[in-house]
Design a protein around this ligand. Sequence first.
Ligand SMILES: [Zn+2]
Length: 253
Amino acid sequence: MSGGADGGRRPGPGWAGALADLVVPLECAGCGRAHERWCADCAGTLLGAPLRVRTRADLRVPAWALARHTGAPARAVSAYKDRGRPDLARPIGAALASGIDALRAAGELAEASERPTVLIPAPASPRARRRRGFDHVRDVVDALAAELAGSVPGGPVAVAPVLEVRGRVRDAAGLDARARSDNLAGRIRRRPGRTPIPASRGAPSSVAALLASPATVILVDDVVTTGATAAACVEVLRAGGLRVDGVLTVTAA
Ligand SMILES: [Zn+2]
């Protein structure tokens, strides 16, 4: 039924919003609820005390995850890294900051005021970075650092992107999680010439300063599966004289 001479439907008042939703569907990355990008219920799935994770690979340091890699947390990680939701870096970074607060409150990590916090992003292969168009772990770590730097009482915070994946890595598409992790692990190296980037005053701003003074050093990744990648990162850092206090990920598969 169409009454107009043009035979078409006239856009109603909500038309512009509906079109905007079509172009950029506005829905929660965790549960699909409309008109919210990351709803409070889903945000709650990443809060609370992080889980202690046991991995097949021996990390030689404690590992924690905010949640199991299932349900809303898994969908959010996937939406963030591979389905066009880079805006989730901020809420994921904030959830990781809450996780660090909880670990400090539990005595698992030193208090922020005692020593600088140094966050090391697990590296992505150049190929994965190109495919995604961004460095997904690095962006989350930057958001996490900003959150920690802005917290009161806080302490010095730096991001130290000192690791990289070198050489040819088989395209991870088609590999299962275990193969993907093993695929990366053997190619992680120190990244020459990279220095810590202070997110707040008093944080170490050179590798020499980082090595010279005690710091709480946390390796951050999106998902831990076998732990092979994290173990390789920890080992490379240790070989370079940097003691890692723990590994913190968003989810554990
Ligand atoms: Zn939701």
